[in-house]
Design a protein around this ligand. Structure first.
Ligand code: HEM
Length: 402
């Protein structure tokens, strides 16, 4: 690839090749035009230090009311994304984050550990003798869906709907979307909101009925500086938690399984050294970051990578690009489960750093340790298919044989 190709690149007109394998394009941008302007005036950053600096800069904002009004107009998607904490700034962001943090205290997470092991064992039991299966539906999405459903008290009969909802809602965040995707996203938020409204009302009236690991009650009755979340804020932030809690973690599982198949030497290394599972999970997060692109906006003229960026510039941060930056990672395109140090930013850094990172890591470590122990000979059973999304990297389909 050439400098010309880097200068011509436009994030708003990417194709399927980019989605299937963005890394060569990201490497070319990083080399020739790391602080890159797209045709609409937005910025695309691919260097680790630039991306990290943006996340650590308190003058950058996450608020997207203006951008989302243009993209979604009024409607359920607009309401959802502008109410969830991820697209808000202090003081609202601080309030919601403090309240959600009740769900992620070390005590709550310690309570989750035996539950995660129990779910993993049950799902792996189900795979015995299953023959050829799609790893995504058979395992990757089931574990995080069950975990986050426990936490928010979503009953069994509704859990199968969550992945469809989250793909529709998060899929609408891609840089360019069709009318069909917009309609699907609006429909998903509307239906999901009704479901959450009922669940929240039920728990509000029956707080003593909460099950093991459930945190919904803490979100309903929790207070920060004398303020509780309104019903609408509760609904939209619970939808966000359910989506954040399972979509990216599903990709962690599936991307990891894909990497085991892609790098048999590393698979063998893990079979021989189960104690490397923790560092393997970090490498999976670095090498195939489930969230590939983030956003921030400048509120004042800011120097990034030596260029002065005007106030009001919309920034796309390439988490995927940052995590393959050769200035930070030795041989960044090589899968190395022993990589140390491995200071990737798959969970970003700064005030919006992922609240569920510890939980996702628990899920990854327990799942891969037991998967490899019980099924040491997993093989590919057909061509895998990537999700058709630029922002989120995972598989729609990963055929395997146990
Ligand atoms: C491998 C799995 C995961 C990855 C890669 C991931 C990644 C991220 C990233 C990159 C952000 C920052 C987005 C931004 O501000 O631009 C984020 C935020 C967040 N994540 Fe995760 N996440 C994962 C799993 C989870 C889980 C399991 C939960 C909850 C159960 C969760 C809950 C959240 C929440 C609540 C935020 C918003 C934090 C804030 O705005 O202050 N995530 N995540």
């Amino acid at each position: 690839m050439s400098k010309e190709a880097a200068l011509q690149f436009d994030l708003n007109s990417i194709d399927r090749d980019f989605i299937d394998n963005p890394y060569p394009v990201l490497a070319n941008l990083r080399k020739h035009d790391p602080v890159h302007f797209n045709s609409d005036g937005s910025l695309y950053l691919t260097r680790f230090e630039d991306v990290k600096a943006v996340y650590q800069d308190r003058s950058m904002i996450s608020d997207k009311t203006v951008a989302f009004k243009e993209k979604f107009a009024d409607g359920p998607l607009y309401k959802h994304h502008t109410t969830s904490l991820i697209f808000n700034d202090p003081p609202y962001h601080t309030t919601v984050r403090k309240l959600l943090a009740h769900a992620f205290t070390p005590r709550k997470l310690a309570e989750m550990e035996p539950l995660i092991s129990e779910i993993v064992d049950r799902l792996l039991d189900d795979l015995r003798g299953a023959g050829d299966v799609d790893f995504v539906t058979a395992f990757a999405m089931r574990l995080p869906t069950e975990v986050i459903s426990f936490m928010l008290g979503v009953p069994q009969q509704h859990r199968h709907k969550l992945r469809g909802y989250s793909l529709a809602i998060l899929g609408a965040l891609d840089p360019v979307i069709s009318q069909q995707r917009l309609d699907n996203g609006n429909h998903a938020v509307a239906e999901f909101s009704e479901l959450l409204n009922d669940l929240i009302n039920h728990r509000r009236n029956n707080p003593e009925g909460a099950g093991q690991g459930e945190v919904l009650e803490a979100l309903i009755f929790g207070e920060f500086e004398g303020r509780r979340l309104t019903q609408e804020e509760l609904i939209q932030n619970c939808i966000f938690l359910l989506n954040a809690g399972h979509e990216t973690t599903t990709s962690l599982m599936a991307n990891g399984a894909g990497m085991l198949l892609q790098a048999p030497d590393q698979y063998q290394l893990l079979r021989d050294n189960p104690d490397l599972t923790d560092s393997a999970v970090e490498e999976i997060l670095r090498y195939e970051s489930p969230l590939q692109i983030g956003n921030r906006m400048t509120t004042s003229d800011t120097v990034i990578g030596g260029k002065t960026i005007p106030a009001g510039t919309y920034i796309h941060t390439s988490i995927a690009g940052a995590n393959r930056d050769p200035d930070i990672f030795d041989q960044p395109d090589k899968i190395d489960f022993t990589r140390n140090p491995n200071r990737h930013i798959a969970f970003i850094t700064g005030i919006h750093v992922c609240l569920g990172a510890t939980l996702a890591r628990y899920e990854g470590k327990i799942a891969f340790r037991r998967l490899i122990q019980r099924y040491p000979q997993m093989q590919a059973a057909g061509e895998p298919e990537r999700m058709p999304l630029a922002r989120f990297r995972g598989y729609s389909n990963l055929p395997v044989r146990f």
